[in-house]
Design a protein around this ligand. Structure first.
Ligand code: BES
Ligand code: ZN
Length: 450
């Protein structure tokens, strides 16, 4: 990265297929961590690659500047799988520049954002010879699969001590529009689980046994259909316990977020009409209402032609997005209890908990929060909209809790960045402004008394 220009550095980073979910990419994920360590060492950071049971965590510290705040910049260098591959217009790990954007998996989430931070720091160093404050980079390789290893590392007091800081900065969230930055003060929590419905011991001829034996696919769908009522409310008992109402000032300010009206949301997603929880707008549901979503469902025969069979089982992968006041494990127990209640005696069900992370909310009006809003306004020419995020960064609540400091979200993912989708991209103009934003941010934060 030494004398390399911004775009080349980003391309190099995006070329490494660091897909954390797929074991065949484990060596690529590790190589991506090496890449970051090398770049950080070139900037005179004390950088370490910490190996874990799954993927490495990179921790890097700038040379100490006494009496100045310490900013911990958190990000993730892992990316989501690329499927469906046939829908990509250029190869996901061969970054391609077209119509002012760079297309590649991770271009926005989160490699583009990390690279903006690295380059912002590099430029400050080049311009001033030293940083105006202390910077710690914490870059992990498992965010997209639940941050298990970073969670484990945070159980070590020594690790928590090493990460001691005054404020946590995260660029891994959304941005309202190219000229309207977002300052987010909340993230949703998440819990993921699987529901399996088992019927006959072997696949059955649907003529010889059909009508006498329950079809596990039908039963699974019936069970899923009991989770919402006609108003789009989740029917799981106790699901909304502890959920607080959205404040009036939030409802007012969310009406003005560009792109978030019901009509615009329908247009952007390509649905014929929204289906929100009754009494709430689309934006309110996205930012502040908990959800229950089956993410995938399998069972039976899906090969060529037809096959008249009653399959042995059907499985759904499900996740719930949670808001402050909900405990992810408690919610999974309540969901399991719901399914046990509605599961008919004609099948057996198995419920498997997967990963979970707490929702998070911080104070947008703290001195560091104000510095962040000023940096966004100076960089993008408009004050940021204050929003909560529908997305999750599972480790943030724990990281913030353990370090005892707030996390602030200065995201650069535009609504059309297609994160997690084919043709993920980042506008080059936003990438460049992201670099300037980081410079402004660190300069402004260096003036916050600590
Ligand atoms: N960067 C996203 C989270 C995000 C995106 C928040 C846009 C707000 C706006 C993050 O990388 C992500 O996708 N997280 C996952 C976590 C999960 C896989 C454990 C998510 O939210 O689905
Ligand atoms: Zn993501």
């Amino acid at each position: 990265m030494g004398g390399m220009n911004h775009l080349d550095a980003l391309k190099e980073f995006l070329s490494i297929p660091s897909v954390s979910a797929q074991p065949e990419h484990a060596a690529d994920v590790s190589r991506c961590a090496d890449y970051l360590v090398q770049k950080l060492r070139e900037m005179k950071f004390d950088a370490q690659k910490i190996n874990t049971e799954i993927h490495p965590v990179v921790v890097a510290k700038s040379p100490t500047v006494a009496g100045k705040p310490t900013v911990l910049i958190y990000g993730h260098y892992d990316v989501m799988p690329i499927d469906p591959i046939e829908e990509w217009e250029s190869a996901p790990f061969e970054p391609s520049v077209r119509n002012g954007r760079i297309y590649a998996r991770g271009a926005s989430d989160d490699k583009g954002e990390i690279m903006a931070h690295l380059l912002g720091v590099r430029e400050l160093l080049a311009e001033d010879g030293e940083l105006p404050l202390n910077v710690i980079f914490l870059l992990e390789g498992e965010e997209e699969r639940g941050s298990t290893s970073l969670h484990n590392l945070l159980q070590q007091p020594e690790m928590v001590k090493q990460l001691g800081c005054d404020i946590i900065v995260v660029s891994d969230t959304g941005m309202a529009a190219p000229d309207v930055p977002s300052f987010s003060y909340g993230l949703k929590g998440l819990c993921c689980f699987e529901l399996e419905v088992r019927g006959p011991a072997m696949d059955l001829h649907s003529g010889i046994f059909g009508g006498a034996v329950a079809n596990p696919i039908t039963t699974l769908c019936e069970m899923l259909a009991t989770t919402h009522d006609e108003n789009g409310r989740i029917t799981v008992e106790g699901f909304y316990d502890g959920v607080s109402e959205i404040a009036d000032w939030e409802k007012e300010s969310w009406k003005r977020v560009p792109g978030m009206s019901d009509a615009e949301l329908a247009d952007l997603t390509g649905v014929p009409a929204l289906r929100t929880e009754e009494g709430y707008t689309g934006a309110e549901c996205v930012y502040a209402r908990p959800t229950f979503e089956p993410n995938g469902i399998v069972g039976g025969y899906m090969g060529e032609g037809s096959k008249t069979v009653i399959p042995t089982h059907a499985i759904a992968k499900i996740s719930c997005r949670l808001v402050p006041g909900q405990d992810p494990v408690d919610i999974m127990r309540k969901v399991e209890a719901h399914f046990r209640k509605v599961c008919p005696p004609s099948v057996r069900m198995k419920f498997t908990m997967q990963h979970a992370g707490d929702a998070y909310m911080s104070d947008p009006h703290s001195p560091f929060g104000k510095a962040a809003q000023q940096a966004l306004e100076e960089t993008f020419g408009n004050p940021p909209v204050l929003v909560r995020e529908g997305g999750s960064i599972p480790i943030v609540a724990e990281l913030s809790g353990k370090l005892g400091k707030d996390a602030l979200f200065l995201g650069l993912d535009l609504p059309d960045a297609r994160i997690h989708s084919p043709n993920e991209n980042m506008r080059l103009e936003i990438f460049e402004k992201g670099i300037s934003m980081v410079k402004n941010l660190l300069r402004l934060m260096s003036r916050v008394p600590v």
